[in-house]
Ligand binder design. Structure first.
Ligand code: BEZ
Ligand code: FE
Length: 302
């Protein structure tokens, strides 16, 4: 029988868990216990604070539903989702590959098909912009007929899902590139928006005096046989929150700005963004051990 003091408790827990047959589960749980104990020791966590933490996590769980994933939102605002994404990229993305970004909670399967050149919004009074470019492989060769899923807010900063009516599908679509990997579609410029602030994660963000906003962006999921799925987003440079995204999704290489002087624009004169995407070959790098297939989370987060 041991009397476990502040220093001995960590080793005692790890020793008891050493029977775990699954080596990855053993590795993860050992590290989790080591870091959790180190955190409690560092901040000298009190019983009251421990209880507050338990109540917070309970509230996060209770906020979850088939249409709301508050734990993923917590992971997002703590930067954990970004960290896992970046590690996943480092293992599987070819050096030239387009950087990934967060899938977010508003992806939906089975978006309506749109033809090249068509508009994403069903109807709008807002001025249109054009998004166009080419999907290529890491050697710069076109990837013919890649499929692009696009989803975004409307010009008021709202996703269709926020209408709370599943029959409403708007500002999203699926298009197929031509044989040269080229794509183009019309849309409206999205507005930045606040992450859901009506739950415990929003309350935490408020207590931290953070603004809770994501900069204006367009989400894309690009797939083609033999290539790694690319989940990414393009962020607009003129959004005031482009340098302070609450969920840390922005990368410099994904920042864009519409222009009217692009010489190869398929609709000359219309404000346009040209962006060429580079897909990585499946299995091109690393073990792929870190990170989940983000599209699998879609049904849990939509
Ligand atoms: C989004 O991009 O839609 C999003 C991502 C993370 C949290 C909330 C929203
Ligand atoms: Fe989004």
């Amino acid at each position: 029988m041991q009397d476990l003091d502040i220093d001995q408790i960590t080793d005692a827990v790890i020793a008891q868990m050493a029977t775990t047959p699954d080596p990855r589960l053993r590795e993860i749980m050992e590290a989790a216990v080591r870091h959790l104990h180190a955190f409690a020791r560092e901040v000298r966590l009190t019983p009251d604070e421990w209880l507050k933490g338990i109540a917070f996590l309970t509230a996060v769980g209770q906020m979850c539903s088939p249409v709301r994933q508050e734990f993923i939102l917590l992971s997002d605002v703590l930067g954990l989702s970004r960290l896992v994404n970046v590690m996943h990229d480092a293992e599987g993305r070819e050096a030239a590959g387009t950087e990934t970004s967060l899938l977010g909670p508003f992806f939906r399967e089975a978006a309506p098909r749109i033809a090249l050149g068509e508009a994403l919004p069903k109807r709008t009074d807002a001025p249109e912009i054009l998004l166009y470019g080419q999907v290529r492989d890491a050697q710069g060769r076109p990837v013919p007929h890649a499929t692009i899923d696009v989803w975004q807010t409307d010009a008021d900063g709202l996703y269709d899902l926020q209408a709370h009516d599943p029959s409403v599908m708007d500002n999203r679509g699926q298009l197929q590139c031509d044989e040269e990997g080229r794509y183009y579609f019309r849309t409206v410029k999205p507005l930045g928006y606040s992450i859901p602030m009506d739950g415990p994660v929003g309350e935490l963000v408020r207590q931290q005096k953070r603004h809770g906003f994501r900069p204006a962006h367009i989400h894309l999921l690009i797939t083609a046989p033999g290539y790694r799925d690319l989940v990414t987003a393009l962020y607009f440079a003129d959004d005031p929150h482009v340098d302070s995204d609450t969920v840390f999704g922005v990368s410099r290489s994904l920042i864009v700005q519409e222009r009217t002087d692009l010489p190869d624009s398929p609709i000359p004169g219309m404000p346009a963004v040209r962006y060429d995407f580079t897909l990585s070959r499946q299995g091109a790098g690393g073990s792929g051990r870190v990170g989940a297939d983000p599209t699998r989370l879609a049904s849990a987060t939509s």
